[in-house]
Design a protein around this ligand. Structure first.
Ligand SMILES: C[S@@+](CC[C@H](N)C(=O)[O-])C[C@H]1O[C@@H](n2cnc3c(N)ncnc32)[C@H](O)[C@@H]1O
Length: 206
């Protein structure tokens, strides 16, 4: 049986486990979270910020004009339970989504989102096609020998089974360029076991 592309937090119970987990720290107390908050505060100055694949929506605590988007199960079972006062919306499976809702948004954040796609490049291409402003892409790349990267592999994660599809930096950068984005900041996350993962801030060249 082909596994569903919707693996992360999709078994109905893993959301609850996640929300109650003692390992769930506030975003500003984790190394990755600190970097994401710093980038968002630096680059998101006006208009709406859309958090694609927002998960529990922790970022909503640190930013104005926030809207988190995720698949229905996650929005209903995780995001709205964790942050009842924040704004969230349902999207479909990323492989089928049209992404028109990203048009005109000042900032689009993707944190640990492309990494969990079964078809990361397909999803990234269709998202970037619709982004008109700043994109913050958190922890997405591997450098060196591409064959050593995780690609299209399912791993236990977030209390369930999740695709891990980390893209090679060369492919990632070619994709940004193809869609008219320049990299305005590149942050080396330098976290053990993360295969030189980075965060990128991209701006569409007008
Ligand atoms: C690893 S979590 C990241 C959550 C949050 N952005 C963070 O940084 O903690 C990945 C998110 O992507 C969503 N997701 C996974 N596969 C998806 C798919 N095929 N289509 C849409 N969303 C998906 C999951 O529901 C989950 O919330």
């Amino acid at each position: 049986m082909t596994p569903s592309p919707l693996d992360c937090w999709h078994d109905g119970k893993s959301h609850v486990k996640h929300l109650e987990s003692k390992d769930r720290y506030p975003l500003d107390q984790t190394p990755l979270g600190k970097i994401l908050i710093r980038l968002v505060k630096k680059y998101h100055k006006e208009g709406m910020l859309i958090d694609v694949g927002c998960g529990d929506g922790q970022l909503s605590e640190y930013v104005d004009n926030y809207e988190g988007w995720d698949i229905s199960d996650t929005i209903d079972n995780v995001s709205r339970k964790a942050y009842p006062n924040a704004s969230f919306a349902h999207m479909t499976d990323a492989e089928k989504e049209g992404w028109e809702f990203l048009h005109g948004m000042n900032t689009v954040v993707m944190s640990a989102f492309i990494d969990v796609m079964r078809e990361p490049l397909l999803v990234l291409n269709s998202i970037l096609e619709h982004c008109t402003g700043t994109v913050i892409l958190h922890r997405q790349e591997v450098s060196g020998d591409q064959s050593t990267a995780f690609r299209h592999k399912r791993n236990p994660s977030y209390g369930g089974w999740t695709w891990h599809s980390i893209l090679h930096s060369r492919i990632l950068k070619d994709t940004f360029k193809k869609h008219g984005f320049e990299i305005v900041e590149e942050v080396d996350l330098n976290i053990k076991g993360w295969h030189q993962a980075k965060s990128y801030v991209l701006c569409k060249i007008k």
